[in-house]
Design a protein around this ligand. Structure first.
Ligand code: HAM
Length: 436
């Protein structure tokens, strides 16, 4: 029945552009997440969790109608009541929505939050680019201080530093405020219009609506048209110029190396002033492992007061790819405290002991089949158990079991009734097992 096999084949696959995170991989995720929550709390950021989907209009207004994400990458659906909803393609607009909905602007400013979770973009899947991916990121709302711009770069840099990643490039630019950017837009349109034939079809289309995106277009067709263009920094008003200078000053102070990339404009309409990306070039086409910037107009754009803000987000999958690329290993091997091996008619005692040990805070595994002692010892090795507790029929009759220390091979008979106390004592004293 061939069709049945086809159906099952489809059911046994994740949808295109999505991945399972298997138990052997989740240990790496959890390690990174642990580092992240430590770093975020050192920098004074509290976690925020927003819904996976939002009203579509939030992203249309927030990210901008003429952006790639809104034009062609959103997972939008209509619910049963006819509302248009969208799986979040990024975390900044939802944070701003939450800030407004819960009037967080009435609390002491800045409000500093971080998040970690899945985002969804209908992009062409390739290495480092998927349709469901995970971002960790932070937003600081209610401050213009250029020190927060530097902080948004310093946080991912601190994480990468802890993970031993070098050879990362921090690229920064300023795209000014609506006033000075307007002048630059006009300059770009006037200068690029006579060269329009040299632009790729996407850039020809967006020249009038979003000319800044021409600058970061990766299509080689556009390169000759972009030759000799003046950088946006020459157009910044005094306030934006001063702000950008101070951001650089803070990065120098923190000894974070960076380069100014005049073509860096980023793909969201909400940015003002500082924009940045952190690049690991060995990843190839999808080399940005973090990106962000200031968005001083977004809160107002979403219907709130005029509140300046800045943030960053970074991709977990791209970070893990980078770590794989440099041969990184998480420092701790997963281990359990005890494995209980039963020999003969000892099933009930094994199950009861396992639950008692777990209740006492001892990470315990047990054999779930009737396997030989040899096979059970092998399983204990594989699970990296510190102790194997062998429950044999003879010992059980005397209310005893054998505690076998895996690393040294030493073993001792211990009363079953006080096994948890004995094991805890051994663990507390770091004891290597007692020879009998
Ligand atoms: P973004 O540059 O679109 O910025 O995304 C940030 C990071 O998410 C990228 O640098 C990349 O590592 C990862 N990423 C993006 N798309 C994908 C994908 N399809 N597959 C795998 N990883 C991906 C933002 O999302 C802004 N909200 C950042 C921000 C926060 N700006 C201000 N605050």
């Amino acid at each position: 029945m061939c069709w049945e096999r086809d159906v099952l084949y489809l059911l046994a696959r994740t949808p295109r552009g999505t991945e399972d995170i298997l138990p052997k991989e989740s240990r790496i995720w959890q390690y990174i997440e642990g580092q992240l929550s430590d770093i975020f709390s050192l920098f004074g950021y509290k976690e925020i969790r927003t819904p996976i989907f939002e009203e579509t209009e939030l992203f249309q207004r927030g990210i901008g109608e003429a952006t790639d994400i809104v034009e062609k990458e959103m997972y939008t659906f209509t619910d049963r009541a006819g509302r248009s909803l969208t799986l979040r393609p990024e975390g900044t607009a939802p944070v701003v929505r939450s800030y407004l909905q819960h009037k967080l602007y009435g609390e002491p400013q800045p409000v500093k939050v971080y998040y970690l979770g899945p985002m969804f973009r209908y992009e062409r899947p390739q290495a480092g680019r998927s349709r469901q991916f995970h971002q960790y990121g932070a937003e600081a709302l209610g401050t213009q201080d250029p020190a927060t711009d530097a902080e948004m770069i310093a946080i991912p840099v601190e994480l990468f530093h802890r993970l031993g990643l070098q050879t990362l490039q921090v690229e920064i630019n300023s795209i000014g405020c609506p006033a000075c950017r307007g002048e630059y837009r006009d300059y770009l349109i006037t200068t690029l219009k006579p060269r329009v034939e040299q632009l790729c079809s996407d850039c020809q289309r967006r020249l009038e609506r979003n000319p800044l995106r021409v600058l970061d277009c990766k299509d080689e067709t556009c390169n000759s048209a972009k030759e000799g263009l003046r950088p946006i920094l020459e157009f910044l008003c005094p306030e934006c110029g001063d702000h950008f200078g101070r951001v650089q000053g803070y990065l120098d102070l923190l000894k974070i190396p960076y380069v100014i990339n005049h073509n860096l404009v980023r793909g969201f309409d909400y940015y003002t002033k500082t924009v940045f990306e952190i690049i690991y070039s060995e990843l190839g086409a999808q080399s940005a492992i973090a990106g962000g910037g200031r968005y001083d107009g977004l809160v107002e754009e979403c219907g709130g007061p005029s509140v300046p803000a800045v943030g960053f987000a970074a991709g977990m999958e791209r970070l893990i790819l980078t770590l794989e690329h440099v041969g990184w290993e998480p420092p701790t091997m997963e281990a359990i405290d005890a494995f209980i091996a039963g020999v003969g008619e000892t099933r009930t005692a094994v199950v009861e002991l396992a639950f008692r040990l777990r209740r006492a805070g001892i990470a315990t595994e047990m054999d779930y089949g009737d396997r030989s002692l040899r096979a059970q010892m092998k399983a204990a090795h594989r699970l990296n158990a510190t102790w194997t507790i062998i429950v044999g029929e003879d010992e059980l009759r005397d209310g005893q079991a054998i505690a076998h220390h895996m690393a040294s091979g030493r073993q001792k008979q211990v009363p079953l009734s006080s096994m948890e106390d004995w094991l805890k004592e051994q663990m507390d004293t770091g004891c290597q097992g007692t020879k009998e």
